[in-house]
Each structure stands twice: as structure tokens, then as C-alpha cells.
Design a protein. Structure first.
Length: 147
């Protein structure tokens, strides 16, 4: 038990700003509403953190043929990165990951036709909230407890 409590204190946190957009089944195009959503999200994100060190785009696509679904997911990633680059205030490295799914829904009931966008804030020199977990309380034994 002590090892589990000690391990919990060794965790660290990171700051990531994220959003997700959904795609119509079989489509890789971002429509106007998706572009507006990305633009508004970026404006809110820049209000919280003024600079970022990088970004990530994870995409998914549902399809009966895995290779076709993977190709669609990769096209979604490319289109999302292209839109993101236009809207970003700086040229950032963007990592991508694309995944094919055999089911239209995730185990949580969400669509597998998506793009998840993450921004990694440049937190050096910023005064941020301490996100380290508080130490777990030490169990105490009451010496006067009756058997």
C-alpha cells in the first residue's frame, strides 16, 4: 500500500489545450462550421496561453476496409493540419496520428470519424497553478481505540 501511495506522489502534469471536430462519414473535408469552431477555439486558447511549442492532430475514420479507413483518416489529418496552419499565429511543428476503426462508435459512444487537435503551451517562465498532487494523508492509529 505504501508503494502505491508513494508512486502517486511521483506524478507530474502537463498543460495541453484540446478540441475535437467530427467528420461526416466518408468525408475528409472541413466545412465552414468546423473552420469557425477551430478559429474560435484558437482565439480562446491564445487568451489562456500566448505561445505554443507544438501541436498534435489525431484523426480517426470508420470503414469496413481498414486500408481505406486509414487512408481517409490520413487525409483528414492532412486537411486538419492545413487549416490549423492557416489559423495559427506561429509556425509550429505538428505531429499527426491516424487510426482506422471497424466500428462507427467508440466504446464511449462517440463517433470514430473525428479529428482531435492538441496545442502544447510554452509554459517556461509563466506562473501557473501547482498541479502536483497533494501528498496522501498518513493513516494514524488511535492508541486509545478499544479492541
Amino acid at each position: 500500500m505504501a508503494a502505491i501511495l508513494a508512486a502517486g506522489q511521483a506524478t507530474a502534469c502537463s498543460y495541453i489545450v484540446a478540441t475535437q471536430i467530427s467528420f461526416e462519414s466518408g468525408s475528409a473535408d472541413l466545412d465552414r462550421s468546423q473552420i469557425i469552431k477551430l478559429s474560435e477555439w484558437l482565439n480562446r486558447s491564445y487568451a489562456v496561453f500566448p505561445t505554443y511549442t507544438g501541436a498534435g492532430v489525431e484523426t480517426g475514420a470508420f470503414g469496413a476496409v481498414p486500408s481505406e479507413a486509414k487512408a481517409l483518416a490520413e487525409l483528414r489529418a492532412a486537411n486538419t493540419v492545413r487549416a490549423l496552419r492557416v489559423l495559427l499565429r506561429a509556425d509550429l511543428p505538428v505531429e499527426t496520428h491516424s487510426q482506422a476503426y471497424r466500428s462507427p462508435k467508440s466504446p464511449f459512444g462517440e463517433s470514430n470519424d473525428f479529428a482531435s487537435i492538441h496545442l502544447y503551451p510554452d509554459v517556461e517562465g509563466l506562473t501557473l497553478l501547482n498541479c502536483r498532487p497533494a501528498p496522501a494523508p498518513t493513516p494514524s492509529v488511535d492508541a486509545k481505540a478499544s479492541p
